[in-house]
Design a protein around this ligand. Sequence first.
Ligand SMILES: Nc1ncnc2c1ncn2[C@@H]1O[C@H](COP(=O)(O)OP(=O)(O)O)[C@@H](O)[C@H]1O
Ligand SMILES: [Mg+2]
Length: 254
Amino acid sequence: MRFKIPIFDVKNLSFVVRGQNILSSISLEIFNGEYIAIIGPNGGGKTTLIRLLLGLEKQTFGDIKIYGKNIKNFKEWKKIGYVPQRASLVDASFPATVLDIVNMGRISQRKFFSSMSIQDKEAVQDAMLKMDILELQDKMVGTLSGGQRQRVMIARALASKPEVLILDEPNTGVDIVSQKNFYALLSKLNKEENITIIFITHDVGVIADDIGRLFTINQKAIVCNNPKEALSCEEMSVLYGIEAHLLHNHKHEH
Ligand SMILES: Nc1ncnc2c1ncn2[C@@H]1O[C@H](COP(=O)(O)OP(=O)(O)O)[C@@H](O)[C@H]1O
Ligand SMILES: [Mg+2]
Protein backbone atom coordinates (compact mmCIF):
# COMPACT_ATOMS: atom_id res chain seq x y z
CA MET A 1 0.00 0.00 0.00
CA ARG A 2 1.59 3.24 -1.10
CA PHE A 3 0.38 6.76 -0.67
CA LYS A 4 1.42 9.26 -3.25
CA ILE A 5 3.32 11.43 -0.82
CA PRO A 6 6.24 9.66 0.83
CA ILE A 7 6.61 9.93 4.60
CA PHE A 8 10.27 10.76 4.09
CA ASP A 9 11.46 12.30 0.85
CA VAL A 10 15.20 12.88 0.84
CA LYS A 11 16.99 14.56 -2.05
CA ASN A 12 20.75 14.99 -2.45
CA LEU A 13 21.33 14.99 1.25
CA SER A 14 24.90 15.58 2.38
CA PHE A 15 26.41 15.96 5.82
CA VAL A 16 29.91 17.33 6.11
CA VAL A 17 31.85 17.72 9.34
CA ARG A 18 35.17 19.56 9.37
CA GLY A 19 35.58 19.03 5.65
CA GLN A 20 34.85 15.31 5.91
CA ASN A 21 31.88 13.86 4.02
CA ILE A 22 29.91 11.74 6.44
CA LEU A 23 27.00 11.37 4.00
CA SER A 24 27.12 12.30 0.29
CA SER A 25 24.21 12.98 -2.02
CA ILE A 26 21.70 10.62 -0.46
CA SER A 27 18.32 10.42 -2.15
CA LEU A 28 15.58 8.10 -0.98
CA GLU A 29 11.87 7.87 -0.30
CA ILE A 30 10.05 5.95 2.40
CA PHE A 31 6.34 5.24 2.01
CA ASN A 32 3.53 4.52 4.40
CA GLY A 33 3.39 0.89 5.51
CA GLU A 34 6.91 -0.03 4.44
CA TYR A 35 9.30 -2.18 6.44
CA ILE A 36 12.80 -1.00 5.68
CA ALA A 37 16.12 -2.21 6.98
CA ILE A 38 19.13 0.07 6.90
CA ILE A 39 22.45 -1.74 7.00
CA GLY A 40 26.04 -0.64 6.65
CA PRO A 41 29.42 -0.82 8.35
CA ASN A 42 30.11 0.87 11.67
CA GLY A 43 30.77 4.53 11.11
CA GLY A 44 29.01 4.39 7.73
CA GLY A 45 26.57 7.13 8.70
CA LYS A 46 23.39 5.18 9.56
CA THR A 47 22.74 6.95 12.86
CA THR A 48 23.63 10.30 11.29
CA LEU A 49 21.08 9.74 8.53
CA ILE A 50 18.36 8.97 11.07
CA ARG A 51 19.27 11.99 13.18
CA LEU A 52 19.00 14.16 10.07
CA LEU A 53 15.58 12.67 9.28
CA LEU A 54 14.47 13.49 12.83
CA GLY A 55 15.79 17.05 12.68
CA LEU A 56 18.36 16.31 15.41
CA GLU A 57 21.19 17.28 13.05
CA LYS A 58 21.06 19.86 10.30
CA GLN A 59 22.06 18.80 6.82
CA THR A 60 24.89 20.56 5.04
CA PHE A 61 23.24 20.22 1.62
CA GLY A 62 20.03 18.81 0.26
CA ASP A 63 16.34 18.64 1.13
CA ILE A 64 14.29 16.58 3.51
CA LYS A 65 10.52 16.50 3.31
CA ILE A 66 8.36 14.75 5.89
CA TYR A 67 4.76 14.01 4.94
CA GLY A 68 5.26 16.46 2.08
CA LYS A 69 6.48 19.31 4.29
CA ASN A 70 9.93 20.78 4.42
CA ILE A 71 11.51 19.47 7.64
CA LYS A 72 11.81 23.06 8.90
CA ASN A 73 8.02 23.38 8.87
CA PHE A 74 7.21 19.90 10.08
CA LYS A 75 5.61 19.87 13.53
CA GLU A 76 3.89 16.51 13.99
CA TRP A 77 6.86 14.75 15.54
CA LYS A 78 4.63 12.53 17.64
CA LYS A 79 3.85 10.62 14.45
CA ILE A 80 7.42 9.38 14.50
CA GLY A 81 8.58 7.05 17.25
CA TYR A 82 12.31 6.73 17.75
CA VAL A 83 14.32 4.21 19.74
CA PRO A 84 17.89 5.53 19.72
CA GLN A 85 20.99 3.37 19.62
CA ARG A 86 21.85 1.93 23.05
CA ALA A 87 18.47 3.04 24.46
CA SER A 88 17.99 -0.20 26.36
CA LEU A 89 21.40 -0.28 28.04
CA VAL A 90 20.19 1.34 31.26
CA ASP A 91 22.10 1.24 34.49
CA ALA A 92 20.98 -1.54 36.86
CA SER A 93 20.24 1.04 39.56
CA PHE A 94 18.15 3.30 37.33
CA PRO A 95 15.28 4.31 39.65
CA ALA A 96 12.24 3.82 37.42
CA THR A 97 9.62 1.14 36.89
CA VAL A 98 8.59 -0.17 33.50
CA LEU A 99 5.37 1.83 33.80
CA ASP A 100 7.35 5.04 34.54
CA ILE A 101 9.41 4.53 31.40
CA VAL A 102 6.44 3.84 29.12
CA ASN A 103 4.59 6.83 30.63
CA MET A 104 7.47 9.02 29.44
CA GLY A 105 6.29 8.30 25.91
CA ARG A 106 3.26 10.50 26.62
CA ILE A 107 5.06 13.45 28.21
CA SER A 108 5.31 15.56 25.07
CA GLN A 109 1.57 15.25 24.61
CA ARG A 110 0.40 16.78 27.87
CA LYS A 111 1.20 19.88 29.81
CA PHE A 112 4.11 19.74 32.14
CA PHE A 113 3.00 18.68 35.66
CA SER A 114 -0.52 17.84 34.55
CA SER A 115 -1.64 14.34 35.39
CA MET A 116 -2.13 11.58 32.88
CA SER A 117 -5.46 11.70 31.07
CA ILE A 118 -7.56 8.62 30.36
CA GLN A 119 -6.26 8.67 26.77
CA ASP A 120 -2.67 8.80 28.05
CA LYS A 121 -3.29 5.82 30.31
CA GLU A 122 -5.01 3.85 27.58
CA ALA A 123 -2.20 4.53 25.12
CA VAL A 124 0.36 3.37 27.69
CA GLN A 125 -1.58 0.16 28.47
CA ASP A 126 -2.04 -0.52 24.77
CA ALA A 127 1.69 -0.05 24.07
CA MET A 128 2.59 -2.41 26.92
CA LEU A 129 0.06 -4.97 25.67
CA LYS A 130 1.51 -4.82 22.15
CA MET A 131 5.04 -5.33 23.41
CA ASP A 132 3.89 -8.04 25.82
CA ILE A 133 5.20 -6.38 28.98
CA LEU A 134 1.97 -5.76 30.95
CA GLU A 135 3.04 -8.18 33.65
CA LEU A 136 6.38 -6.39 34.04
CA GLN A 137 4.94 -2.91 34.60
CA ASP A 138 5.80 -2.62 38.31
CA LYS A 139 9.32 -4.03 37.97
CA MET A 140 12.36 -1.79 38.20
CA VAL A 141 13.71 -1.45 34.68
CA GLY A 142 17.28 -2.11 35.80
CA THR A 143 16.34 -5.63 36.92
CA LEU A 144 15.08 -6.73 33.50
CA SER A 145 16.86 -8.80 30.86
CA GLY A 146 18.18 -7.11 27.71
CA GLY A 147 15.27 -8.47 25.67
CA GLN A 148 12.69 -7.21 28.15
CA ARG A 149 14.30 -3.77 28.29
CA GLN A 150 14.29 -3.61 24.53
CA ARG A 151 10.52 -4.18 24.54
CA VAL A 152 10.08 -1.50 27.21
CA MET A 153 11.93 1.08 25.09
CA ILE A 154 9.77 0.22 22.10
CA ALA A 155 6.60 0.43 24.19
CA ARG A 156 7.70 3.91 25.25
CA ALA A 157 7.99 4.90 21.58
CA LEU A 158 4.62 3.27 20.79
CA ALA A 159 2.87 5.12 23.62
CA SER A 160 2.70 8.25 21.47
CA LYS A 161 0.80 6.20 18.85
CA PRO A 162 3.33 6.84 16.10
CA GLU A 163 2.74 6.06 12.43
CA VAL A 164 6.45 5.40 11.95
CA LEU A 165 8.83 3.56 14.23
CA ILE A 166 12.57 4.06 13.79
CA LEU A 167 14.84 1.66 15.66
CA ASP A 168 18.59 2.20 15.71
CA GLU A 169 20.36 -1.12 16.37
CA PRO A 170 18.00 -2.17 19.14
CA ASN A 171 19.56 -5.62 19.46
CA THR A 172 22.71 -4.74 21.30
CA GLY A 173 22.90 -6.99 24.37
CA VAL A 174 19.86 -9.09 23.47
CA ASP A 175 19.93 -12.89 23.24
CA ILE A 176 18.91 -14.76 20.08
CA VAL A 177 15.56 -16.07 21.36
CA SER A 178 14.49 -12.59 22.44
CA GLN A 179 15.63 -11.24 19.08
CA LYS A 180 13.44 -13.69 17.20
CA ASN A 181 10.38 -12.82 19.32
CA PHE A 182 11.20 -9.21 18.83
CA TYR A 183 11.30 -9.49 15.04
CA ALA A 184 7.94 -11.26 15.16
CA LEU A 185 6.52 -8.36 17.21
CA LEU A 186 7.90 -5.80 14.76
CA SER A 187 6.47 -7.68 11.83
CA LYS A 188 3.09 -7.76 13.55
CA LEU A 189 3.18 -4.00 14.18
CA ASN A 190 3.95 -3.50 10.51
CA LYS A 191 1.33 -5.86 9.13
CA GLU A 192 -1.51 -5.51 11.61
CA GLU A 193 -1.14 -1.92 12.78
CA ASN A 194 0.28 -0.59 9.50
CA ILE A 195 3.15 1.07 11.36
CA THR A 196 5.96 1.97 8.99
CA ILE A 197 9.17 0.45 10.33
CA ILE A 198 12.70 1.65 9.73
CA PHE A 199 15.14 -0.70 11.32
CA ILE A 200 18.86 -0.07 11.51
CA THR A 201 21.00 -3.13 11.98
CA HIS A 202 24.12 -4.96 10.96
CA ASP A 203 22.27 -8.23 11.55
CA VAL A 204 20.31 -8.34 8.32
CA GLY A 205 20.31 -12.14 8.00
CA VAL A 206 17.74 -12.52 10.74
CA ILE A 207 15.15 -10.17 9.31
CA ALA A 208 15.63 -10.66 5.58
CA ASP A 209 12.32 -12.48 5.24
CA ASP A 210 10.23 -9.70 6.72
CA ILE A 211 11.70 -6.60 5.24
CA GLY A 212 10.40 -4.99 2.09
CA ARG A 213 13.42 -2.92 1.10
CA LEU A 214 17.00 -2.67 2.15
CA PHE A 215 19.11 0.47 2.19
CA THR A 216 22.86 0.15 2.44
CA ILE A 217 24.51 3.23 3.86
CA ASN A 218 28.21 3.79 3.63
CA GLN A 219 28.57 7.50 3.08
CA LYS A 220 26.37 6.96 0.04
CA ALA A 221 23.08 5.09 -0.08
CA ILE A 222 22.10 2.16 -2.25
CA VAL A 223 18.44 1.28 -2.28
CA CYS A 224 17.57 -2.33 -2.87
CA ASN A 225 13.91 -2.95 -3.68
CA ASN A 226 13.92 -6.71 -3.40
CA PRO A 227 16.36 -7.89 -0.77
CA LYS A 228 15.24 -11.51 -1.02
CA GLU A 229 16.27 -12.27 -4.58
CA ALA A 230 18.29 -9.55 -6.17
CA LEU A 231 21.83 -10.57 -6.88
CA SER A 232 22.51 -6.90 -7.19
CA CYS A 233 21.90 -6.64 -3.47
CA GLU A 234 24.62 -9.14 -2.84
CA GLU A 235 27.03 -7.40 -5.15
CA MET A 236 26.14 -4.18 -3.48
CA SER A 237 26.86 -5.68 -0.11
CA VAL A 238 30.26 -6.90 -1.23
CA LEU A 239 30.96 -3.50 -2.66
CA TYR A 240 30.06 -1.89 0.58
CA GLY A 241 31.78 -4.29 2.91
CA ILE A 242 28.66 -5.86 4.37
CA GLU A 243 28.72 -9.57 5.08
CA ALA A 244 26.85 -10.61 1.98
CA HIS A 245 26.81 -14.31 2.87
CA LEU A 246 24.34 -13.51 5.62
CA LEU A 247 21.89 -12.27 3.07
CA HIS A 248 22.62 -15.12 0.72
CA ASN A 249 22.47 -18.01 3.20
CA HIS A 250 19.41 -16.75 4.88
CA LYS A 251 17.17 -16.96 1.91
CA HIS A 252 17.72 -20.74 1.72
CA GLU A 253 16.92 -21.38 5.34
CA HIS A 254 13.14 -21.25 5.04
N1 LIG B 1 28.08 15.73 14.76
C1 LIG B 1 29.15 15.05 14.38
N2 LIG B 1 30.40 15.58 14.49
C2 LIG B 1 31.48 14.89 14.10
N3 LIG B 1 31.45 13.67 13.57
C3 LIG B 1 30.28 13.08 13.44
C4 LIG B 1 29.06 13.72 13.84
N4 LIG B 1 28.04 12.88 13.58
C5 LIG B 1 28.60 11.77 13.06
N5 LIG B 1 29.93 11.88 12.97
C6 LIG B 1 30.84 10.87 12.38
O1 LIG B 1 30.16 10.34 11.29
C7 LIG B 1 30.52 8.99 11.06
C8 LIG B 1 29.28 8.16 10.96
O2 LIG B 1 28.77 7.93 12.25
P1 LIG B 1 27.40 7.19 12.52
O3 LIG B 1 26.32 7.91 11.82
O4 LIG B 1 27.27 7.04 13.99
O5 LIG B 1 27.62 5.77 11.82
P2 LIG B 1 26.87 4.38 12.04
O6 LIG B 1 25.61 4.65 12.79
O7 LIG B 1 26.64 3.86 10.67
O8 LIG B 1 27.81 3.50 12.80
C9 LIG B 1 31.43 8.60 12.20
O9 LIG B 1 32.75 8.68 11.72
C10 LIG B 1 31.14 9.68 13.25
O10 LIG B 1 32.28 9.88 14.06
MG1 LIG C 1 24.91 3.99 14.59
